[in-house]
Design a protein around this ligand. Structure first.
Ligand SMILES: C[S@@+](CC[C@H](N)C(=O)[O-])C[C@H]1O[C@@H](n2cnc3c(N)ncnc32)[C@H](O)[C@@H]1O
Length: 281
């Protein structure tokens, strides 16, 4: 059994309820994306978020919005300027992006995917609201699985191999140790090479030890790890290491985006802690 196969990541799923509520709070999602647990978790964590904001100038919701809005902007650019018409969002959770982009771009085919229980929940949500259709679907996937019904190959098998594809993960990669997530990236790059052109967008929290709020960030991520009953890892020491790491996984062209590129993203007194990586095969 491979190392990745021994990792079970179901403990991460509850965090999707929290982020789902944050997207709603910031008018990025409609009410059906809110769950009672998401609202509850946001309320329970509000004092911690407030403390981090007041004491250290670290705003958790800013981090989340920075990554979400930057991925949105890069996706819009891919659709409008590079003609991308099929998108796969892995670890979609309760994100409203698929719904928003399908409403805005009638030519778009959007496949959302997550671990089977979350995929079932998302499919039901979209179905009940009348948002599920031939263009907008949800499938089960486990990024750690190999050679089974929920692996990447099965997920990609229904796509049009004559068309460009764009894959997104958000809020996923830092929950895994680097060798485990690099294994996923290498398997993903193998799948993407079967398309005429393909790109991958993911947020990533690097290990920015020189950042003025590094100590507080480490404290925060230990808390995220404990709350999700796992660990939260920082990957790569900076932009150059990110590029080299993604290239070693099979992405020929890699760009690292900083939220400061985006006027609409909320800015803090500190340099941003999150990056969005764009890898092309
Ligand atoms: C923090 S949530 C992010 C959800 C959404 N992308 C967002 O930003 O709101 C992490 C998501 O990763 C999913 N996940 C965890 N392990 C996974 C795996 N092995 N394969 C696919 N998805 C996984 C969880 O079920 C959860 O929906």
């Amino acid at each position: 059994m491979s190392r990745a196969a021994r990792v079970d990541s179901a403990h991460i799923t509850p965090s999707a309820h929290y982020t789902g509520y944050v997207w709603y709070r910031h008018q990025l999602a409609e009410e059906p994306f809110v769950t009672p647990f998401g609202r509850f978790a946001h309320g329970v964590l509000a004092p911690v978020s407030w403390g981090a904001r007041v004491a250290f100038g670290l705003d958790v919701e800013h981090f989340l919005l920075q990554r979400h809005l930057l991925i949105d902007a890069l996706l819009r650019e891919a659709i409008e300027q590079r003609g991308v018409r099929q998108v796969v969002e892995i670890a979609c959770g309760l994100s409203p992006r698929g719904r928003r982009f399908c409403s805005r771009y009638p030519q778009l085919r959007y496949l959302e995917a997550d671990l089977p229980p979350m995929a079932a929940r998302k499919r039901l949500l979209l179905h009940e609201e009348g948002w599920l259709n031939a263009r907008h679907q949800v499938r089960p996937v486990d990024i750690l699985a190999e050679q089974c019904a929920n692996d990447l190959q099965a997920l990609f098998s229904g796509l049009d191999r004559e068309e460009p594809v764009l894959v997104i993960t958000e809020g996923l990669v830092n929950y895994f140790e680097l060798p485990v997530i690099e294994g996923f990236w290498a398997r993903l790059a193998t799948q993407l090479r079967q398309f005429p052109s393909a790109s991958y967008l993911t947020d990533l929290y690097p290990d920015l030890r020189e950042h003025p709020r590094y100590r507080q960030l480490r404290w925060g991520i230990d808390l995220v790890g404990r709350l999700t009953r796992g660990r939260y890892y920082l990957h790569y020491r900076g932009d150059d290491a990110i590029v080299a790491g993604f290239q070693a996984c099979g992405f020929g062209e890699v760009r690292v985006h900083d939220p400061k590129e985006l006027e609409a993203a909320p800015a803090d007194a500190w340099p941003a802690l999150v990056r969005v990586v764009e890898g092309r095969t």
